[in-house]
Design a protein around this ligand. Sequence first.
Ligand SMILES: Nc1nc2c(ncn2[C@@H]2O[C@H](COP(=O)(O)OP(=O)(O)OP(=O)(O)O)[C@@H](O)[C@H]2O)c(=O)[nH]1
Length: 329
Amino acid sequence: MQSNSCGHQWIIRLTQQQSERALDAALIDILSQVFADNNFALYMNKQFTSQGHIRCNYSGGSAAILDDEQAQQLVAKIDAERMRISGSQGQYVYFPIYHLGAVIGFVQSSSDFALTHDSPFVITNILNIYANQLYLLYRSRLDPLTELLNRQTFDSQVMDIINGDGFAERRDNELERQWYLAMFDIDHFKRVNDTYGHVIGDEVIILVARILKQSFRSEDYVFRYGGEEFAVLLLCDNKDQAMQVLERLRATVADFTFPQVKRLTISTGFCAFDNTSMVPELVHKADLALYNAKNNGRNQVVDFHSLNIPDNTKGAGDDDLDDDMLELF
Ligand SMILES: Nc1nc2c(ncn2[C@@H]2O[C@H](COP(=O)(O)OP(=O)(O)OP(=O)(O)O)[C@@H](O)[C@H]2O)c(=O)[nH]1
């Protein structure tokens, strides 16, 4: 604490981080220096919304792990009492993390670290900067119109899942579950723009995005992939369950009354992740299934594996694919 008493070096380091993982690693390293041990835990709601859950993102040494409910209760207490530092509770001290005036997380530390006069001030600063940088990174991953994850985030998220990192939050029984990629496209969307104009077209995209967000769990990833095309990475027990979820979504959109436009439908194609496919192959498979749904009358869900195409399908643009499968829309 002496040579960096106001923590400016740490602040510079935090604001340089360009990925959530690197930012977390930097914070944990910095807090280890401040506390002079790693007996602390970090709890955060990384969704920055009231629907998001407070989760334990790091727990080192002998730090106790609170369950989600205990963590949530603690946040409510900190929020209600407007405490900057909540004081010791048993053998722990809690440092709240604020964003835009709301508590979105906290650091729990053992109370026996050497708390100097400046430490609370420095720790509060570090946590504020961390929350701001995390929020900037979070916003940079969102599509501005729909607030779904954007196209730029898609490849890295799929790679994380392929590399196994995306399984970090799995539940106990999740070993049997598998990831699926679904691609969605609003049917005859050009007609919406041509008939009602682009403002109404944008409103339709926002409403479809909202239905998508509400239709999947927080552990799934929902993207705006392009103009009126969306992608979802979802965890399911098997492909029948994936089909069921996607079919329910299709029906929800078909039953929804859109202002002015009234009725609209979506077409969906999906495929399962496997051990050999990389991002282009997965997208290509889900796209082929989507094209098939469009070719066969739209407003339907098609599983790539039901198409009888060899599973070693190469990326888009390959010469040896059946020309019928490559019709563009
Ligand atoms: N309003 C609005 N329109 C968009 C946006 N992005 C793409 N579009 C429009 O979406 C339309 C997509 O049309 P097409 O790809 O021809 O397909 P479609 O009319 O949906 O027909 P099918 O896909 O064959 O069912 C085009 O008119 C694009 O201009 C957007 O952000 N806002």
